[in-house]
Design a protein around this ligand. Structure first.
Ligand SMILES: [Zn+2]
Length: 353
């Protein structure tokens, strides 16, 4: 057995190995894990740095689950949640009953504690990695590779007899605080109905704010929803903190819900009731068009803060971007983006479609 296999089996710390080899592992490998009490086997496949799958052997499964984190490298809480789940599976503390693929999206950016190294990975999916200048940086190569790992994982699941359900939760934390601490972006489904059970699942994760996207995007969750008909969400679990400074109690609902999903236990979901949720839709996308761009609100204004009608939100050279609808609120502001990039979204309350 090689050093790296030995290291993984003794430490169960796939995150440490990923951080040790941020660009590529010295080798890839598969290992059969035997659960200490049940004797059931799980096939562990280490496919790349930050890419590891677990598949129950000779057991009934009906779900293919992708859990991604570190698509933005400084968003540590989801990385810690996923590392804990991986460790529990390797140590036999979690009796896995479904296929799962874990992805640490951008290992190099984890190591520098930044959102990304050269380019925002979560703008590079659905082929955007190859647009414009093409595969010109590591994030673009990684986006292509991650697409292929997800495709292979779902394709392999499709070879298993019986009806299966695909899931992809792309786990993030927001740069800023949020009036609604945790929220999820529900990608555009091209008119297909939104899944209420999935909203109940998110509620069980502690997420009651849902942002409906009404157009195709280049995010990871849209990629999986659109190309593989997966139940896919960008899940925002709170505010960015350095490693070790996350209050993991804030994430216990989420970790518990994911554990139930992986172990095929009853999720205990209640009937859907829209009044349990704050549902928003994206109203405006404001791109930065000039050098003279600024946002009028405080640097630390929280996501989902709303402003009165006619309030100026952003000034871009001669253009003023104003509130035009009651309840219009800001989300994901970032004045420091490159010209032509998105500096702000606004959202308005809506009903689930
Ligand atoms: Zn993020």
């Amino acid at each position: 057995m090689s050093d790296i296999q030995q290291q993984l089996l003794t430490s169960a710390d796939f995150l440490a190995i990923t951080r040790q080899f941020p660009d590529a592992l010295p080798e890839t490998f598969t290992v059969h894990l035997t659960h200490p009490t049940s004797g059931l086997q799980t096939l562990m496949s280490v496919l790349d740095t930050g890419v590891i799958s677990f598949e129950p052997v000779d057991q009934f499964t009906d779900s293919d689950i992708v859990l991604s984190s570190a698509v933005h490298g400084n968003e540590t809480a989801p990385i810690e949640i996923c590392q804990q789940l991986i460790a529990q599976i390797i140590k036999g503390e979690l009796a896995l009953k479904q296929r799962v693929l874990f992805l640490f999206g951008n290992p190099a950016s984890i190591n520098i504690g930044e959102r990304f190294v050269e380019e925002n990975l979560n703008r590079l999916f659905s082929g955007a990695h190859s647009d414009g200048e093409g595969l010109c940086n590591k994030e673009r190569h990684r986006a292509l590779a991650l697409e292929n790992y997800v495709r292979d994982f779902f394709d392999q699941g499709a070879t298993i007899a019986g009806e299966r359900t695909r899931f992809h939760y792309d786990l993030h934390t927001a740069i800023r605080g949020s009036k609604n601490d945790k929220f999820a972006v529900y990608p555009f489904l091209h008119g297909k109905p939104r899944n209420k059970q999935q909203l109940q699942f998110l509620l069980s994760c502690g997420i009651n704010t849902i942002l409906l996207s009404h157009s195709p995007t280049t995010t990871f969750s849209y990629f999986s929803a659109n190309e593989f008909n997966a139940h896919a969400f960008t899940v925002e679990l709170g505010k960015v903190m350095p490693f070790g400074e996350n209050n993991m109690a804030n994430f216990s609902n989420c970790k518990n819900a994911l554990t139930l999903l992986l172990t095929a236990q009853d999720l205990g979901l209640a009937e859907f009731d829209e009044s349990d949720f704050n549902i928003y839709e994206i109203f405006k996308t404001i791109n930065r068009e000039t050098e003279d761009f600024y946002l009028t609100f405080a640097e630390d204004a929280e996501n989902f803060t709303d402003y009165p009608l006619d309030h100026v939100l952003a000034v871009d050279g001669a253009i003023e971007h104003k509130v035009t609808v009651p309840g219009e609120a800001i989300i994901f502001p970032n004045a420091h983006v490159a010209i032509g990039q998105r500096a702000l979204l606004t959202v308005i309350p809506c009903n689930i479609d």
